[in-house]
Design a protein around this ligand. Structure first.
Ligand SMILES: C[S@@+](CC[C@H](N)C(=O)[O-])C[C@H]1O[C@@H](n2cnc3c(N)ncnc32)[C@H](O)[C@@H]1O
Length: 823
């Protein structure tokens, strides 16, 4: 499962799909997201340069992560489709033109971060590629040095190539802290890693050799390009980056085979020559001797004819042939070696051979070893990925995974936590609480055998707690969404009430005054919100809007003299409330009624009923968040918005309104064995779950359930606010047009120079014109592909209004829609 294919569908992994889903242009976006999650350099940045930015996913991430109004400049060889809030241009980052353009965009500002994810588009040998990559990195570092502010961050891609250590060393000279990391979204098969260099030292003078690839990677070039390397490792052919040798500007070289045999540096000849000549026009003694040698086989002749195509074994055979020839010519070889200078030279070749053999063997062993380690690492990664996936699918508990992956580094890169910073904070908080409590418990009880077992079980518990906390967060998130939907509905409902009559307006003004009086007295009372609101509604003799609406439901229809009975019972009710002082809420309520006995006593019971219903609703919602939400979501007139949304609350309201129950009964009923449960120290998710069951389940009447159903149906049937607004706008415009028309026809009617017939005709004409609907102007959509790709201005053959779209835009819009739908 963790295995990543290098080609084909294997490349379209989960990050690819996630990028599509989230509307990022490339899966690379997750690399920056994960790096930023770990090092947090974007949040505080106001100016960022993105080098090699196409197609632009890093820019998209930067826009999301950076504060609003930040300056983001992206540059690439390829064009970048526009991204809102990002300046992009096309240029080669290794050129002065690019530097000048960056300077123009940044003006006098300095960048807080420079990002570089460049990859040269070279498809030759890997060694060559990696070398270019390192050069590109050095080039981006050069730009970073020019544009970074002191203390700034440089985030760059590097390859684990031969130049890697040099690059790290250079980074270390210029930055306070250098971290090399491979984010999980970077494919295992890729040799790329990312260096996040923080705290730019901004030295006044930087030795140019630091940033010049020729000096920065100088020694490496030499080792790779030696003649020995070219002969013994011909598969690693290198371009001659330094250009032609001084005074030698030819590409094709021929050397006499006799010179090769006689030479003391045969390796150099083999490395730098195209052909060994065995036959010349001018007669040569040594050449004819060589040709006559039995060892000069057809194969050897073929080898000599084109040295550039030879492999290691062919070179070796040529070297052997040379030794045989030297023996035949009586020239010194290793076998006949004596301590003479010439012999030494010959012996050197042989020793090179042996040394090379040893080196090869060593290299082979090393390769084998590293391949084994890689295999093991890959297996381990696969195993971890598998376990994490199983955990995500709730197929296993987190303790099955190594502690490291459950709580360590990898946790940093979890996508879920990426999306929800808040959630992460909660998890962290939860973890701290759990640890403290367990420690306490351990101290108190002294339970636990050996320290080792304790540690293990702690880790397991920790992991379990974390998982539970995660579930809890997910649940809270769902709940928040639900509440947000509810809130929207409520706001719409309140919006509808905005158009109240003048009378209502007056009464509501009164309410505000009365409310402010009360609130002075009861500033510190927590439940005041609910009671104040309901008191307010009660002080209007013609009932508040919400109460009117509530009591106008079918369920209350058959109750004769509702007002009367309410007022009668309420007086007694209020007195009782004052006497008993059951709860602080009711106390507040009763105080309020004492203050204004005349106005409030009539509707005391109903107010109390609504207050309790409000509480019921709260209990139903069953958490503190609902309270907070209510605090935040007060109506325009600063009253909390309370609504009956459960069948239970509806039933209670009905019972209270019809006098079947008094507020006392309701309060009394709530004092039961569940009321005084000790919930201290219990985790939130547990309390939340318990909350559903640790109360008396009250029977719900058919009528109450029906009333709630009706209420919801009515709520759903209403058009949304936007539609209502559009309808109102249309109405208003029509009225305006009508007014205009009226004025014009009046003018025509009063026109003196016209006959009655002419007037009638003109007015009819006016009316006819007004009746005509303006034709809808259609917009032609042109996709910017094929001949239309990259055109400026109107596409050929298109008349009228047009809009150019591109495939990318289309995809992005689809992705946006998908995301919106999911929310
Ligand atoms: C891996 S992509 C970058 C992806 C990008 N970070 C994103 O998130 O969409 C590498 C880019 O480097 C660009 N590149 C390579 N050499 C360059 C150069 N010399 N100047 C500018 N861009 C270069 C390539 O055109 C390519 O688009």
């Amino acid at each position: 499962m963790g295995f990543q294919k290098k080609t084909g569908k294997g490349r379209l992994d989960k990050y690819y799909r996630l990028a599509k889903e989230k509307g990022y242009r490339a899966r690379a976006a997750f690399k920056l997201l994960q790096l930023n999650k770990k090092f947090g350099f974007l949040q505080n940045s106001k100016v960022v340069i993105d080098l090699c930015a196409a197609p632009g996913s890093w820019c998209q991430v930067a826009v999301e992560a950076m504060p609003r109004g930040s300056l983001i400049v992206g540059v690439d060889l390829s064009p970048i489709k526009p991204i809102p809030g990002v300046i992009t241009f096309q240029s080669d980052i290794t050129t002065d033109k690019c530097r000048a353009e960056l300077r123009r965009h940044l003006k006098t500002w300095k960048a807080d971060a420079v990002l570089h994810d460049g990859a040269p588009n070279v498809g030759t040998a890997w060694i060559q590629d990696s070398f270019n990559q390192a050069e590109l990195t050095l080039q981006s570092l050069k730009l970073a040095c020019e544009f970074l502010v002191e203390g700034g961050t440089f985030c760059t891609k590097v390859f684990r190539s031969a130049q890697y250590n040099q690059l790290l060393w250079i980074f270390g000279q210029l930055f306070d802290k250098v971290d090399a990391t491979k984010p999980p979204s970077s494919r295992n098969v890729s040799a790329e890693i990312f260096c996040v260099c923080r705290g730019f030292k901004a030295p006044k003078h930087i030795d140019p050799r630091f940033l010049d690839p020729r000096t920065a990677f100088a020694d490496l070039k030499e080792t790779v390009n030696t003649d020995e390397a070219r002969v013994y490792k011909p598969e690693q052919k290198k371009r001659k980056r330094g250009g032609y040798e001084e005074g030698d500007y030819t590409l094709y070289k021929e050397v006499l085979a006799s010179d090769f045999v006689e030479s003391t540096d045969p390796i150099s000849i083999l490395a730098n020559t195209n052909r060994l000549v065995l036959e010349t026009l001018e007669p040569s003694l040594s050449l004819s001797a060589l040709n006559k040698m039995p060892d000069t086989t057809v194969e050897i002749r073929q080898y000599c004819s084109d040295l550039k195509v030879l492999g290691r074994s062919e070179f070796k055979r040529l070297l052997k042939w040379r030794i045989t020839a030297r023996e035949a010519f009586g020239l010194p070889t290793k076998k006949t070696s004596k301590p003479t200078t010439v012999e030494e030279e010959v012996a050197e070749v042989e020793s090179m051979d042996e040394e090379l053999k040893i080196q090869e063997e060593l290299q082979a062993m090393k390769d084998k070893d590293s391949a084994k380690r890689k295999r093991e690492k890959r297996k381990e990664n696969e195993r971890k990925t598998k376990e994490i996936r199983r955990l995500q699918m709730h197929m296993t508990a987190p303790m099955d995974i190594g502690v490291e992956s459950a709580s360590g580094q990898e946790g940093m890169f979890q996508l879920k936590s990426l999306e929800k910073d808040n959630a992460a904070a909660k998890v962290a908080k939860g973890r701290m609480v759990v640890v403290t409590e367990r420690q306490k418990k351990d101290q108190d009880s002294g339970i636990g055998s050996s320290g080792e077992t304790d540690d293990e079980s702690d880790d397991l518990n920790d992991a379990l707690e974390r998982e539970l906390d995660q579930h809890w967060d997910a649940y809270q998130e769902r709940r928040a969404n639900y509440e947000a939907r509810l809130k929207r509905r409520k706001q719409e409902e309140d919006g509808e009430w905005e158009g109240v009559s003048a009378d209502e307006q007056e009464s509501s003004d009164d309410e505000i005054v009365e409310e402010s009086d009360e609130s002075d007295d009861e500033d510190d009372e927590a439940p005041q919100r609910l009671l104040t609101d309901l008191d307010n509604t009660a002080k209007d003799p013609s009932l508040s809007k919400r109460a009117t609406k509530f009591f106008s439901q079918d369920i209350f229809k058959d109750i004769p003299g509702l007002e009367q009975s309410d007022s009668e019972s309420s007086a007694g009710e209020d007195e009782k409330m004052v006497d008993t002082e059951v709860t602080s809420k009711l106390e507040v309520k009763s105080k309020a009624s004492e203050k204004a006995p005349k106005t409030t006593s009539k509707r005391g019971a109903r107010d109390a009923a609504l207050a309790v219903i409000g509480e019921m609703n709260e209990t139903e919602n069953d958490n503190q968040e609902a309270d907070d939400w209510e605090d935040k979501n007060r109506r325009a007139d600063d009253k909390p918005s309370i609504d009956i949304i459960t069948a239970e609350a509806m039933m209670l309201a009905h019972q209270l309104a019809t006098g079947q129950k008094t507020t006392h009964d309701v309060v009394d009923e709530n004092f039961d064995k569940y009321a005084f449960r000790d919930r201290d120290g219990l985790p939130d998710w547990f309390i939340d779950d318990e909350g559903k069951h640790d109360k008396k389940q009250k029977p719900i009447t058919k009528e109450a359930a029906q009333a709630i159903k009706e209420k919801m149906r009515a709520l759903n049937a209403r058009p949304i606010k936007k539609v209502r607004e559009a309808q109102a706008r249309k109405k208003f415009k029509t009225a305006q047009r009508l007014e205009k028309l009226k004025k014009k026809s009046d003018l025509l009617a009063n026109e003196e120079g016209m006959t009655e017939k002419e007037k009638a005709e003109s007015i009819a004409k006016l009316l006819g014109k007004a009746r005509k609907k303006a034709p809808k102007r259609s917009v032609k959509v042109v996709v910017a592909k094929g001949v239309n790709r990259g055109i400026q201005g109107r596409p050929k053959g298109v008349k009228g209004r047009y809009k150019i779209v591109d495939a990318r835009m289309k995809k992005e819009m689809r992705a946006q829609k998908r995301i919106a739908k999911r929310k």
